[in-house]
Design a protein around this ligand. Structure first.
Ligand SMILES: [Zn+2]
Ligand SMILES: [Zn+2]
Ligand SMILES: [Zn+2]
Length: 169
């Protein structure tokens, strides 16, 4: 995906475009195996493959892109197969839905419940996840003030990532 790090390139933190993304994928899959084993949740082959596809980059991927990729694998999947796999992965906290893109990204901390804020780069499309408790707490406090009971809370912020601002002319 054009993300392989060349020899001698500096190590970058997760979410940054220039890093060895194969490590991200390998870590995500082994974390998923561990989390599902601990919860006795059945990470079937198709669910695992869908998770791997979601992790194919740091930009969100849509259900139909996943379907196309599965078909390229020679798996004759139908949309419900993909949606069921995504439901499972969402329920286990292994992926998040990016509402504004109607697409999915992998979560690097599926073992802890967290409310998330997503920083979406409008140039390269990558998403960085924050789980800043102060923001979650501020949303809860503001909602409480107006008597609103918070269910699910997602904050999506659009802008430009560090890499794109650095390389912008
Ligand atoms: Zn990566
Ligand atoms: Zn997360
Ligand atoms: Zn960017």
């Amino acid at each position: 995906m054009g993300e392989r790090r060349g020899p001698g390139a500096p190590e970058r933190r997760h979410g940054a475009p220039r890093h060895d993304h194969q490590d991200c994928i390998a870590e995500a899959l082994s974390r998923a195996d561990a989390v599902c084993r601990a919860r006795s949740a059945n990470l079937t082959e198709i669910r695992r493959r869908v998770l791997e596809l979601v992790w194919s980059g740091h930009a969100p991927i849509g259900a139909y892109e996943i379907l196309d990729a599965l078909r390229r694998d020679g798996i004759s999947a139908q949309p419900p197969t993909v949606y069921r796999a995504l439901e499972f992965l969402l329920a286990q906290g292994l992926v998040h839905r990016i509402e504004s893109r109607n697409a999915f990204i992998g979560c690097a901390q599926p073992d802890e419940r967290h409310s998330s804020q997503f920083l979406i780069c409008r140039d390269c499309g990558t998403v960085q996840e924050l789980s800043d408790r102060r923001i979650g707490a501020a949303v809860s406090a503001g909602a409480r003030d107006v008597g609103f009971e918070v269910g699910r809370s997602t904050v999506e912020v659009e802008g430009r990532c560090m890499d794109c601002s650095t390389h912008a002319g």
